[in-house]
Design a binder for this molecule. Structure first.
Ligand code: WTA
Length: 632
């Protein structure tokens, strides 16, 4: 184990102080423990104005050499990946570090054989099968930029992402398993590619054994391509600041942004944060339930654990199939010691029978983690009591696609833990709270907008193809600060509690959607004139989607129209963004300048209409009464 794992609160305090006083020395020493082909010329160069952030410039490396090759001597026969299928009766798959290394090299050679090269963007639209993990690493091996698109997104969403990044290759599967359902993945890809001229090759992995349409000259089967292909593939040499991946995420506007991460800094930060937050030990069996389609899957299912030489578990299914005990059954089956999941999963299981948890021993568990949205105290206590048996620390990890890794979190057993609180920043992370003018609030027991005043190695470098968008989204709200888009409280002891988004982003089951993005989708329905979408508290999802919709003519049956609108959203974005409530209205509360007063809509959606504030300045104050009366 590398010696930068913090073992006590004193060590944390020391490391934190050092990281602020001498960031370059601090991160330089940590980076030194990795495998570099050539050492960097300079640890850090930065300004938040452009922004321009460069870590370990001039350093040459490949992240897969650090995830795989460097472990072969000491951990060659150790398990790297355990894959548990959707169906508990199907056999699980295990790969040692040596085997995973071979699989990745072989896949990388298949990519090369099909024309992929350094710098190409490759879209990966695959379910949670071992080939997804292998494909991601294979891209990194040859220096191609992976852009993983969650396999629940619609064809149109995929097409947008492919076109934005100008991907020339798509890696996918014939279909996928999800609980009792099977879904035709390749069909979605075919639909998307009708509008993606840049794609020249599609490699299809067989999962269900379905006969699928294969386009001559474009589509090939992985199992045919891999025949006779070498398991040896030297890693491409990358500069620390070369692009590693793009991951799309929603912001305040309709169009998702391609968040860009680079090789060196991301690598260092992924391992550092993984080792510390979860207090990973060599013999641990680690399970992160996130899909690789989201950033949590990138950093804490794949890169962080593999960089650390850990055994990482990957699960194809859902927490409720075949029953509500599946997570716990899998924990017992493999002796999982560290378990990392989302509050929404905890809340959905909480609603079920308590015996679904209590009938498993869960003896092996040592550390529990939570990510993606604020964890309410009830869910925190349920998790801590029934899953962790009050024996396991719960780390509430706050971070974002843009931050690359965990930023504010309890370090298990080392730094303070408080229900509902992410607590303290990791060493190297300098959060501040500001007021609406951007002035720093220095006291404790306060609330403000959460910003970062100093760069960290895992941070976003740009938004793909549009650097100005990155500047405007994150670095222009407050001068010389990275703005997270979140509001937060800091208690009397300096512990942070993240409240949630303060921009027009809704967090549904830990997944981000811009209200503008959903409105744009709804407005595509031919009956819709205009719409406004807000979030509202939802027992399981954290936030639900509430849509206020103005339509052209009164429909015969509102139910049909609602179903149709939902269908439009599913088609444009995907099932995960379907509105929970749709209220048909004749107008929206607008200011005289035409701006929708979302504050009022949010109150209505929350069911709190007692005090809507001053509505007299609205263009049409009467519309508020109508909306109130029709609230769902
Ligand atoms: C929210 C997921 C409270 C937050 C890693 C953030 C959280 C957004 C937490 C990022 C947490 C994430 N407590 N809120 N522990 N973790 N969030 O990009 O609003 O999918 O800005 O990254 O999720 O979501 P993203």
């Amino acid at each position: 184990m590398t010696n930068y794992q913090l073992k006590s609160y004193e060590e944390y305090q020391e490391a934190y102080q050092r990281s602020v006083e001498d960031p370059e020395g601090f991160w330089g020493e940590i980076a030194d423990t990795f495998t570099w082909r050539k050492k960097w010329d300079r640890v850090l160069e930065w300004n938040f104005e452009e922004p321009n952030v460069k870590w370990f410039q001039g350093g040459k490396m490949n992240i897969t050499e650090n995830c795989l090759d460097r472990h072969l001597k000491t951990r060659g026969n150790k398990l790297a990946l355990i894959w548990e299928p959707n169906d508990p009766k199907e056999r699980f798959i295990r790969y040692t570090y040596r085997e995973l290394h071979e699989k990745v090299c072989q896949f990388a050679n298949v990519l090369k054989k099909n024309g992929a090269k350094k710098g190409d963007r490759i879209c990966i639209y695959m379910p949670m099968i071992p080939e997804l993990a292998i494909a991601v690493l294979a891209c990194a091996r040859i220096g191609a930029v992976h852009s993983v698109v969650f396999a629940g997104f619609s064809a149109l969403s995929m097409a947008d992402r492919i076109n934005d990044a100008q991907c020339n290759m798509v890696l996918t599967s014939d279909g996928l398993n999800r609980g009792a359902k099977q879904i035709p993945v390749k069909r979605v890809v075919d639909e998307a590619l009708e509008n993606c001229p840049s794609v020249e090759r599609v490699i299809v992995v067989e999962r269900l054994g379905w006969a699928v349409n294969m386009v001559e000259g474009r589509d090939v089967w992985f199992h045919e391509e891999v025949k006779g292909v070498s398991k040896d593939c030297p890693a491409e040499e990358m500069d620390a600041e070369d692009m590693l991946f793009i991951l799309y995420t929603s912001g305040s506007t309709g169009k998702p942004k391609g968040v860009v991460h680079t090789c060196g800094g991301y690598m260092v930060y992924a391992q550092y944060s993984f080792l510390n937050v979860f207090q990973y030990q060599e013999s641990d069996i680690y399970w992160c339930t996130a899909d690789i389609g989201w950033v949590t899957g990138h950093t804490y299912l794949l890169y962080g654990p593999l960089l650390s030489g850990a055994t990482t578990l990957m699960f194809e299914g859902v927490p409720t199939y075949p029953d509500n005990g599946r997570f716990w059954q899998v924990c017992d089956k493999f002796g999982v010691t560290i378990f990392y999941t989302a509050p929404t999963a905890i809340r959905s299981l909480m609603a079920g029978d308590i015996d679904d948890v209590l009938s498993y021993s869960l003896d092996s568990l040592k550390v529990l983690g939570s990510v993606g949205e604020p964890i309410n105290e009830e869910a925190w206590h349920w998790y801590h009591t029934h899953v962790g048996k009050e024996r396991c620390p719960v780390v509430d990890t706050w971070w974002q696609t843009e931050t690359g890794g965990i930023m504010i979190s309890t370090i298990a057993g080392v730094t303070p833990m408080k229900p509902g609180h992410a607590a303290l920043p990791l060493p190297g992370i300098q959060p501040i709270l500001v007021d609406s003018e951007g002035n720093e609030i220095t006291e404790n027991g306060v609330e403000g907008y959460l910003c970062m005043k100093f760069p960290w190695p895992g941070m976003i470098r740009t938004t793909y193809g549009d650097h100005e968008r990155a500047r405007l989204s994150y670095f222009s709200t407050y001068k010389d600060l990275y703005f997270t888009g979140d509001g937060a409280k800091r208690d009397e002891n300096g512990l942070y509690r993240i409240i949630g988004r303060v921009d027009d982003v809704i967090n549904v089951s830990g997944h981000r959607f811009g209200t503008a993005e959903i409105e744009e989708a709804i407005n595509h329905n031919e009956h819709v004139v205009e719409s406004a979408v807000v979030g509202y508290p939802h027992d399981v999802k954290g936030q639900g989607i509430y849509a206020f919709v103005i339509i052209k003519d009164k429909p015969e049956k509102e139910e049909y129209l609602r179903a149709e609108i939902i269908e439009t959203v599913v088609e444009k974005i995907g099932k995960i963004a379907r509105p929970d409530k749709i209220q048909i209205v004749s107008g929206l509360p607008k200011t005289r300048s035409g701006k929708i007063m979302r504050r009022i809509l949010r109150k209505v959606a929350e069911g709190d209409t007692s005090n809507l504030g001053d509505t007299s300045t609205l263009l049409d104050p009467d519309v508020v009464d109508e909306i109130k009366a029709g609230a769902l």
